[in-house]
Design a protein around this ligand. Structure first.
Ligand SMILES: Cc1cc2nc3c(=O)[nH]c(=O)nc-3n(C[C@H](O)[C@H](O)[C@H](O)COP(=O)(O)OP(=O)(O)OC[C@H]3O[C@@H](n4cnc5c(N)ncnc54)[C@H](O)[C@@H]3O)c2cc1C
Length: 397
């Protein structure tokens, strides 16, 4: 281990939240170091397909968006954070466009879909690779900035010093005035321990949350893990794949073994997942060819035009596995997907430990105990930007 690296702000994580935080800290004049566990590309953010919410519809508003979050969270979200999330959403979309993200458009405006738990069409998309488009654009901006990137440098130790923080990230020692934890959730590890499938990337193991808790940071709703209602159940190559919720936004419905609808396919995620668990439990599910529990998702109801614009990646992957979702229904079952809760933060991303910040999936409060789809990428960008700026200001005293 050589000389310590000196930075104003150390960002831990290279998903959408870490990249947004690094960019905004750098723009605020901070010397930034960004450490990631593996390559900079390896994160859940890059896997996100469905989209990102923002109130652009003529019948919509940030207040309506906030109301939908409150209801979907079963009235457990921190409304101060929610109001920041929804009021800064449209501006954040324009910020992303400024970095080169091109959202899918139709009829002169954004192509907006209605996602589960939402009362309006509010989901912007980049085809069905929205997360890839956002992370590629932000990563390009970070790499073109003065920020120092440290891939393959997992945070293993973090301690306070007189002037700030000292961190061991892989081979590197980093000294920084403020630290932003943007290391995502823990559903990969949790699924391994439960012997279940997950949509998450292998780096989603949660040790950074443990480091923060040991430093005295408070957390909320850590027990509230979210199942994605529509994990792929068959073919084998699609097991653990999260079938985009936009399939249901564009007309697909859930059916039991009798081919009957048994729930509102566009209900909040936890409600839809529970309805599938119950249907299978009560003997009205179907079995995948390798004996896994499942129900049908009738994707044949999606119009080919909508599918071509909004689901090209999903169609390609299923067709490569020998199933055409526009010609036959597909098998689905809930999979572990998202950590709803996390470290407690204020509206500038500061945890309950001074100088220690958190944003993205590692933070709790914005979604309460049940997140709506499309609000995580939004949270990463809205709070990543705020947190990076606040950390830069804190570091520079
Ligand atoms: C398949 C899939 C589809 C999804 N679709 C959507 C969607 O359509 N819309 C939406 O809003 N949300 C979606 N989500 C959720 C959303 O993508 C994630 O919750 C969000 O992107 C998390 O971003 P993040 O920056 O907090 O963490 P991540 O993107 O997971 O990044 C975490 C980063 O932390 C790093 N890290 C972890 N541990 C350490 C360590 N010890 N030291 C250093 N670095 C570490 C990782 O290497 C990684 O760089 C989806 C998630 C998945 C998995």
């Amino acid at each position: 281990m050589g000389e310590p690296i000196s930075a104003d702000v150390l960002v831990v994580g290279s998903g959408a939240s870490g990249l947004a935080a690094a960019l905004s800290a750098e723009r605020a004049g901070a010397r930034v170091a960004l450490a990631a566990k593996a390559s900079l590309q390896s994160c859940n953010s890059a896997k996100a397909q469905g989209g990102i919410q923002a109130a652009f519809g003529a019948d919509d508003s940030p207040e309506q968006h906030a109301e939908d979050v409150w209801r979907s969270s079963h009235e457990t979200a921190n409304m101060e954070l929610v109001r920041v999330l929804t009021s800064e959403a449209p501006g954040t979309i324009h910020w992303l466009e400024g970095h080169g993200v091109e959202f899918t458009r139709s009829n002169g405006g954004y192509r907006l879909a209605r996602c589960g738990g939402s009362s309006r069409e509010r989901l912007l998309q980049v085809g069905d690779r929205t997360g890839l488009a956002i992370t590629s654009a932000l990563r390009g901006a970070v790499e073109a900035s003065s920020a120092l990137t440290l891939p393959k440098s997992p945070l293993a130790e973090l301690g306070q010093t007189r002037g700030g923080w000292r961190a061991r990230c892989g081979e590197h020692l980093v000294e920084a005035g403020a630290v932003v934890l943007a290391a995502g959730g823990r559903c990969y590890r949790e699924a391994e321990e439960r012997g279940e499938l997950t949509t998450n990337h292998p780096g989603a193991t949660g040790e950074v949350t443990q480091i923060a808790l040991l430093l005295g940071a408070e957390a909320r709703d850590l027990d509230a893990l979210q199942y994605h209602p529509n994990g792929g159940a068959w073919p084998e190559t699609m097991q653990g794949y999260s079938i985009p919720e936009t399939t249901r936004a564009y007309g697909a419905v859930l059916l039991n073994a009798e081919r009957e609808e048994f729930t509102d396919s566009l209900g909040p995620r936890d409600v839809v997942s529970q309805a599938i668990f119950d249907e299978v439990e009560q003997g009205r599910g179907v079995e995948s060819p390798d004996g896994r529990p499942a129900v049908w998702l009738d994707t044949t109801r999606i119009s080919p035009d909508d599918a071509a614009v909004s689901l090209p990646y999903m169609l390609r992957r299923y067709r490569a596995g020998g199933i055409d979702p526009l010609a036959e229904p597909i098998l689905t079952y809930p999979v572990l997907h998202y950590q709803n809760g996390g470290l407690t933060t204020d509206e500038h991303g500061e945890t309950t430990v001074e100088g220690l910040f958190a944003c993205g999936e590692i933070a709790g409060g914005t979604h309460g105990r049940n997140r709506m789809m499309g609000n995580s990428l939004l949270e990463c960008c809205v709070f990543g930007r705020r947190t990076g700026k606040a950390a830069a200001e804190r570091a520079k005293g």
